[in-house]
Design a protein around this ligand. Structure first.
Ligand code: ZN
Length: 281
């Protein structure tokens, strides 16, 4: 290929943020913070290693994903509890908030709704920031480990405990439907506790040992009635490999909390996006 004479000038063009969030409706973090002080635990679900568990969270309740026993990453799906086709939209969440999310940022739902499903209200790994490799925690860039990609890259080996399969089995059991009915509802995840980035030289997706330790947690408020589906990834802390049983894996604990009713006075569950859907026709 021929390098143009003005190549340096073209490459020197300054980046422009695609979606400045100045006009993005901001969550009332002071209200959420006050509500956190009133939380009473109402339930919990343990997610066994290399398995997934499905749980529900009413709008206005909080849920925490806790590290217990050892460093472990989790792959999280969210659905509207009343319409499972409204689900977490990792790509648009990434476009709005960047490659990783933390306190004050939100998990947005699929079109035509595009509304906050959950807002991060506390992140004990918020101190991590962005490391020297460009890595950070809780990514919305990975998709979920899955048996199709594994089969493709491993000369036909079949592994059945990738997050995609775990999420499919769990959702099917929760809903009482077949695997074939549940599988299309499984979607790209929030990689809870996973430390990832893109290499600067080749632009490849990388993972590294998660900084999470037992006692750490990521906490959300459910903005709408939710069904959550969480897989304890076979990659464990994702320091070496996934899509196998080779790595040490640990459970994850999901806790559900109710705030005092009066603590969310003035708060309302967000409605679907107001675009008129005429699409110029
Ligand atoms: Zn996984």
């Amino acid at each position: 290929m021929t390098r143009p004479a003005d190549a340096d000038a073209r490459r020197a063009a300054a980046p422009v943020i695609c979606y400045p969030v100045d006009t993005l409706p901001a969550p009332d973090m002071a209200l959420y913070s006050a509500a956190r002080d009133t939380l009473v635990k109402t339930g919990e679900v343990t997610v066994p290693p290399r398995e997934a568990r499905t749980f529900s969270v009413p709008a206005g309740h909080f849920f925490r994903i806790n590290s217990v026993q050892g460093a472990q990453v989790g792959d999280l799906n969210l659905h509207n509890a009343h319409d499972l086709s409204e689900r977490f939209y990792s790509g648009k969440t990434r476009a709005l908030h960047g490659t990783h999310i933390t306190t004050g940022e939100r998990m947005w739902s699929s079109f035509p709704h595009l509304r906050p499903m959950a807002t991060v209200t506390h992140d004990t790994l918020g101190w991590y920031g962005i490391d020297d490799f460009g890595g950070s925690v809780h990514d919305v860039i990975g998709t979920r480990c899955d048996p199709y990609t594994h089969t493709l890259l491993s000369d036909g080996d079949h592994y059945h405990h990738c997050c995609h399969s775990n999420l499919t089995r769990s959702l099917a059991g929760y809903m009482g439907v077949s695997l074939n009915e549940a599988e299309p509802l499984v979607h790209d995840v929030l990689n809870v506790f996973m430390c990832t980035g893109f290499t600067r030289d080749t632009g490849q997706y990388f993972m590294k040992a998660s900084p999470v330790r037992p006692g750490d947690y990521l906490e959300f408020i459910a903005e709408i009635d939710l069904i959550g589906n969480l897989s304890a990834c076979p990659g464990g802390d994702c320091s070496s490999e996934h899509s196998s049983d080779a790595t040490a894996c640990h459970p994850l604990l999901v806790e559900i909390y109710a705030p005092a009713r009066s603590s969310l006075t003035g708060w309302t569950s967000p409605v679907s996006n107001s675009y008129d859907r005429s699409h110029g026709a």
